[in-house]
Design a protein around this ligand. Structure first.
Ligand SMILES: [Fe+2]
Length: 317
């Protein structure tokens, strides 16, 4: 199985798998065997008993799971269930309600995100004093280099849902509250095909970003896509390749071609309309105000009425 060759070496041991039932003991014998809640648990443990320092911060979100996609540097994440070292090209999921901390600081102020607002509470012990646990609800990470990309082997550009890594389905079949999609290095072989994503608009909101390298439908530069950059095409906002990518794809020889070497773009897709915070719109001062013009202002119109043809009117004579 392919894996990413990380510059930052792994330092933790993990339990592998998805949809599995795991358990972990920091102290051997701490978990009851074949029993979830005995009257007198082994080692007398039911809550938190370890002592700790009083400096540090911890967080949890009561609103939903947290999906982390690092683009630069490595995140050392401590959770109630153990540690995760998450590097670019890996993603991590912190489930709803699980307390976590990013970095190496430590004080016992727990910040909770509830209904879109942040609340603080203080406690006299670390939130990470879980001695043992069992269950199937825990944070995890995944090396995107392992993703098995599929695509057309005949013609046309399939819907990008084929690149879905994680999905949180909505009650409406075929739509998702959130899909996490990646565009890793892959072969393009479509015959008689405009190979980049076509110009389109749809009911799904698309928040797209670039972890590393270049994206095959957008070039570098003012109208392009740089690592760390992101675009938001909300419900029914038209978009597609930039002018330069479009012209290159129109003229490209349609031989098998490997695209995206050394790169990985990602997308959050949602059937919901995405709101943008005041910080995201203005205070961050990172918005590309000329985005539309710089991306598509130079798109050429190749349509022309063939000689001898006339336009049929839709009006009754
Ligand atoms: Fe799109």
């Amino acid at each position: 199985m392919p894996v990413t060759q990380f510059d930052i070496k792994e330092k933790y041991r993990y339990q592998n798998g998805f949809g599995c039932h795991f358990e972990s003991e920091a102290v051997e014998g701490a978990l009851p065997i074949g029993h979830i809640s005995p009257q007198k648990p082994p080692l007398g443990l039911r809550g938190c008993t370890a002592s700790c320092r009083r400096d540090g911060a911890a967080y949890y979100s009561a609103d939903g799971d947290l999906l982390i996609v690092p683009q630069e540097g490595a995140l050392d994440i401590r959770t109630e269930f153990g540690w995760l070292l998450v590097r670019p090209m890996e993603i991590a999921v912190i489930p709803r309600g699980v307390k976590y901390r990013v970095g190496l600081t430590a004080e016992f102020v727990v910040t909770c995100k509830f209904n879109g607002k942040l609340f603080e509470t203080r406690q006299p012990h670390t939130p990470f004093d879980v001695v043992a646990w069992q269950g199937n609800y825990y944070p995890y990470k995944y090396d995107l280099g392992r993703f098995n990309t599929i695509g057309t082997i005949s013609f046309d550009h399939p819907d990008p849902s084929i690149f879905t890594v994680l999905s949180a389905p909505s009650p409406v079949p075929g739509t998702a509250i959130a899909d996490f999609v990646v565009f890793p290095p892959r072969w393009l072989v479509g015959e008689d095909t405009f190979r980049p994503p076509w110009y389109h608009r749809n009911t799904m909101s698309e928040f797209m970003g670039l972890i590393a390298g270049a994206y095959d439908a957008k070039k570098a530069g003012a109208g392009g896509f740089a690592p760390g950059g992101a675009s938001l095409h909300n419900v029914m906002s038209g978009h597609g390749p930039d002018a330069e990518s479009c012209e290159a794809a129109r003229e490209a020889p349609l031989e098998p071609a490997k695209v995206g070497a050394g790169s990985c773009a990602f997308m959050f897709e949602s059937c919901l309309m995405l709101g943008v915070s005041e910080w995201g719109l203005r205070r961050c001062r990172k918005v590309q105000h000329g985005y539309s013009e710089e991306s598509w202002g130079g798109v050429r119109n190749h349509w022309q009425l063939p000689p001898g043809k006339t336009v049929k009117s839709h009006l009754v004579d």
